[in-house]
Design a protein around this ligand. Structure first.
Ligand code: FES
Length: 576
């Protein structure tokens, strides 16, 4: 029987000529593996979030076969395993509630199994961040292959974008500008191929982050899901991960502080999703990289928006790929990026972008001719959000960058839905819509409801944007003057909990201020009353209780407090 050379982690299982080695090898042979594969080669785990309930990831079994080809070709042993899949459009109350559960499953699956390196297959919004958080806490050599974006949506001869045009069309129906039957006929043309949302939503943002940080091969973010080049990329990833395993290039060697800084700047330049803030904070926490909410503002405030994609702009991910993809955008952004860090390809970022070319300056602009000079993420502070709140200025109306108005308060999203279209609702275009109870603990899971639809009576008058404030998130495909992630959230006793109808609120984006204009004494009185009368938490068992009791606030990435950090890859007890 061939004996496994020591060195790889998997050698503990497959090397020894003992009873335990017999057990580990023999049961694997039931899959048809010959003795010859237990010869000292690295075992590559392929962590697959394939599911028919996650349409954006439903083609990942096909992609996995191409990763395996590459692994075999390079002399590794590929072993695919499933991980909980999180379908953004399917799961209730929100996929975000389960991101940390996926992370726990991925972490323990990697650590508990005889794996020397891992390829993460994910795409839909929460799958890649959850996988990456789990992998970071083990810190093996790791690469990502993303689902890839869908082909551009089509409706009546026009391109339409996932999510972004759903929000636009549904507002048009409510304003009486579009017929319901036309809205419904757009449904089939919007999602017409495998892949993730093809706007610069959360999935495309995180796929771009992965590429910008050097965790994937080039063009991973933009090659359409159904383009044959994605299969070729998967194949090359299989070859590359074997090399990384042999050279023991761990995830933490790639995900340095500079890599996070690059990611934050790239998010600004591409008009990326606000959800990336939560996920990057959580991944950094797993690796012990010091990253604070304010870094997102500080590092991105001078970065112009240069990629013209929905929801901040016009084009879609397919256009971005044909225009040159992320390397071409990063080349334009080079003066702001740290380019000497390593990527999984073994090359530096500088070497990668040296080959990049732009083929369409309408889609990837120059820094001298940006889509908008103001991009990035604003991090607001003030007595309404002592631990911070965020806003994406590129998705908001410039005219509302500074605004003072009276609050129209909704205690929950159900309260909002019941009353927003009431003709008697006391609201006008200068009002500020305030939504409570949608934070990490409050919903629970922090749903994407922060981009509250405008009251129908204002839509009918042609109002297109209003200031909206909540402790919720917003879909990466959405837009508007929306202030999100207010921390602490209402359910955790943040000042948002005590805002009342008619209170005045002052928002000053350029000064990064958000204040409730009441006295300190009135604030203290209301908070004391809220604490006295608050309802007991609703959840007494299961994962909901674990999550409610341990979730961190948005300014810390919504990880569970006991999952911050890592435990490495060592398991020193045998299973029999
Ligand atoms: Fe899956 Fe948008 S719903 S990526």
């Amino acid at each position: 029987m061939p004996s496994q050379k020591p060195g790889f982690r998997s050698a503990k299982n497959y090397g020894p000529q003992t009873r335990d080695g017999f057990i580990h090898r023999s049961w694997m042979k039931s899959e048809g593996l010959p003795s010859s594969v237990f010869d000292g080669r690295p075992v590559i785990g392929i962590c697959n979030t394939w599911s028919e309930l996650t349409p954006c990831n439903a083609h990942l079994r096909d992609i996995s076969e191409f990763v395996k080809r590459g692994v075999w070709e390079a002399g590794g042993l590929p072993l695919e395993f499933p991980a909980m899949s999180l379908g953004e459009t399917q799961m209730r109350p929100t996929a975000m509630l389960f991101r940390n559960l996926l992370a726990m499953e991925v972490e323990e699956s990697i650590r508990g199994n005889p794996i020397d390196a891992v390829v993460l297959l994910g795409g839909c919004d929460k799958t890649t961040p959850g996988q990456l958080m789990g992998a970071a806490s083990v810190d093996l050599p790791t690469m990502v292959v993303s689902s890839g974006p869908m082909l551009n949506g089509k409706f009546r001869g026009q391109d339409i974008g996932s999510g972004t045009d759903v929000w636009k069309f549904s507002e048009s129906v409510r304003a009486g500008e579009m017929e319901l039957k036309d809205f419904m006929s757009a449904e089939s043309g919007m999602s017409r191929s495998a892949g993730t949302c093809m706007t610069m939503g959360s999935a495309s943002t995180f796929a771009s982050i992965v590429e910008a940080m050097g965790l994937s091969l080039s063009y991973n973010a933009t090659i359409p899901a159904v383009d044959s080049r994605r299969r070729a990329l998967a194949h090359e990833t299989g070859r590359t991960i074997v090399d990384l395993a042999r050279r023991d290039v761990r995830l933490s060697k790639i995900l340095t502080r500079e890599a996070f800084e690059n990611a934050i700047r790239v998010i600004a330049a591409i008009g990326g999703s606000t959800n990336a803030v939560l996920h990057l904070l959580a991944v950094a926490g797993r690796l012990g990289v010091k990253l604070d909410l304010i870094d997102f503002d500080r590092l991105s405030s001078e970065i112009p928006l240069i990629v013209d994609l929905q929801p901040s702009g016009h084009f879609l991910m397919e256009d971005f790929h044909y225009a040159g993809g992320l390397p071409a955008a990063m080349k334009e952004l080079a003066p702001w990026l740290a380019l000497d860090g390593l990527t999984v390809s073994g090359r530096t970022h500088r070497e990668v972008i040296a080959e990049a070319e732009c083929f369409n300056r309408d889609v990837i602009r120059t820094v001298a001719n940006p889509v908008r000079a103001t991009a990035g993420i604003w991090v607001l502070k003030g007595n309404l959000c002592p631990d911070g709140a965020i806003m994406k200025p590129s998705a908001a109306a410039d005219s509302l960058y500074r605004h003072r108005g009276t609050a129209v308060v909704f205690e929950s999203i159900e309260d909002f839905k019941a009353r927003v279209d009431d003709p008697e609702l006391d609201v006008d275009e200068n009002s500020i819509l305030v939504l409570k109870g949608c934070g990490p603990k409050g919903y629970p899971g922090m749903p994407e409801v922060g981009n509250m639809p405008l009251p129908r009576k204002l839509l009918a008058r042609g109002v297109k944007d209003m200031v909206r404030i909540s402790d919720a998130r917003m879909s990466g495909t959405a837009f508007g003057s929306v202030i999100l992630h207010v921390s602490p959230e209402a359910e955790a006793g943040g000042p948002l909990a005590i805002v009342r109808n008619g209170d005045e609120i002052a928002f000053d984006g350029p000064a990064r201020k958000l204040d409730l204009l009441i006295s300190d004494a009135e604030m203290a009185k209301r908070l004391a009353e809220w604490n006295r009368t608050r309802a007991a938490p609703k959840y007494g068992r299961g994962y909901y209780k674990l999550y409610y009791d341990h979730v961190l606030q948005a300014d810390r990435g919504c990880d569970l407090d006991f999952l911050v950090g890592g435990s490495g890859d060592v398991v020193d007890r045998e299973s029999h």
